[in-house]
Design a protein. Structure first.
Length: 278
C-alpha cells in the first residue's frame, strides 16, 4: 500500500514541473512509475476491493463492501464476500495515513455476519477523517448500519435496503436465554442505527417488525426515496454527488450539506423536465 501512495504522489507532483526540467531519462522513469502505479492499483482492486484516487488536490480511498460480509466462518468459494480481516486493517491505515484525505465507502451487499458488520461500522463511525457512504444496488440487513456509519450517506434512486430482525444459523436452543441473547443483539443494531442516522428507535423498530410486506419474512424493503424519507439515509444521489460532498467536507465546508442540496435540486429539476440530469 505504501508503494501505491508513493507512486501516486510522485505522479501528482511530476505534472507541476516546468517544461524542459526533465530529460528523456526522467520521462521514461515517469512512464515506468505510472505503469507500476497502474499495476499496483489493479492488484489492490483484485485483492481488497479498494482503490486510492484523487482530483490532484485531495487523495481519497474508495472502499467497496460487496456480496456477503464474512465473519468468523469461511463462506463457500462461489460466494462474493467482504472479509472483515481485510477491511479492518485498511480502515486503520486510512485513518493513520496523512496523505489520504477522506473515505468513500460504496455498498452493494446482502448483509452477513452481524458482529463483523458492526465491527466495521463502528470503525467507520469512529474515524476523524471525512467519510461518505453510497448505497448502490442494495444495502440489506447488516448493510444498513454500515451505510449509516459514515458522516454523510447517499443512496441511488434505484437501490433498496431491507430492514429485518436478527437471524441465527446453526443450532438454536429453545430456552429463554436464547431469546434474551437475540434481544440484546437486536438492541445493539437499533442503538447504532438511531445514533448514526435521523430515524427514531420507534420508527426503525416499526420497519423491522412489519409483517405486511415480505411474503416469507418480517421486515420492510425501502427504495432510495423511502430510505431518505424515513431518515435512514441522508441524501438521494449517485457517485458524483457523493464525491462532491466528500470534497466539500475535506475542504472544511458545512459537512457536505451544500453539495448534497445542490445535487438533490438538480435531480428534482431533471425529474420535473422529464429528462436525465446532465
Amino acid at each position: 500500500m505504501e508503494k501505491t501512495y508513493s507512486a501516486m504522489r510522485a505522479a501528482r507532483y511530476a505534472v507541476a514541473q516546468p517544461a524542459g526540467a526533465r530529460n528523456d531519462s526522467g520521462e521514461n522513469k515517469d512512464r515506468s512509475e505510472a505503469r507500476d502505479d497502474e499495476k499496483q492499483q489493479t492488484d489492490q482492486i483484485v485483492d481488497t476491493g479498494s482503490v486510492i484516487t484523487g482530483d490532484g488536490r485531495h487523495m481519497i480511498h474508495c472502499l467497496t463492501v460487496i456480496g456477503q460480509i464474512e465473519g468468523h466462518n469461511v463462506l463457500p468459494s462461489q460466494n462474493k464476500t467482504t472479509k472483515y480481516e481485510h477491511v479492518i486493517p485498511q480502515l486503520v491505515a486510512i485513518e493513520e495515513e496523512p496523505r489520504i484525505d477522506g473515505l468513500l465507502m460504496i455498498l452493494n451487499t446482502v448483509g452477513g455476519d452481524v458482529e463483523a458488520g458492526l465491527a466495521i461500522a463502528e470503525l467507520v463511525a469512529g474515524m476523524k477523517k471525512p467519510t461518505v457512504s453510497l448505497v448502490l444496488g442494495g444495502g440489506h440487513s447488516i448493510g444498513v448500519p454500515l451505510a449509516c456509519s459514515a458522516r454523510q450517506s447517499f443512496i441511488a434512486p434505484s437501490a433498496t435496503m431491507t430492514v429485518h430482525p436478527v437471524r441465527m444459523n446453526g443450532l438454536v436452543l429453545g430456552v429463554p436465554q436464547t431469546l434474551s441473547y437475540f434481544d440484546r443483539m437486536q438492541e445493539r443494531i437499533v442503538r447504532f442505527v438511531t445514533d448514526n442516522s435521523k430515524i427514531s428507535s420507534k420508527d426503525f423498530r416499526r420497519l423491522m417488525m412489519n409483517t405486511g410486506e415480505l411474503v416469507m419474512d418480517v421486515g420492510t424493503v425501502l427504495d432510495g426515496e423511502k430510505a431518505v424519507e424515513e431518515g435512514l439515509i441522508d441524501h438521494l444521489g449517485g457517485l458524483s454527488e457523493a464525491i462532491a460532498c466528500l470534497y466539500e467536507m475535506i475542504e472544511g465546508g458545512d459537512g457536505g450539506k451544500k453539495a448534497a442540496k445542490k445535487a438533490a435540486k438538480g435531480r428534482r429539476t431533471a425529474k420535473a423536465k422529464g429528462g436525465k440530469q446532465k
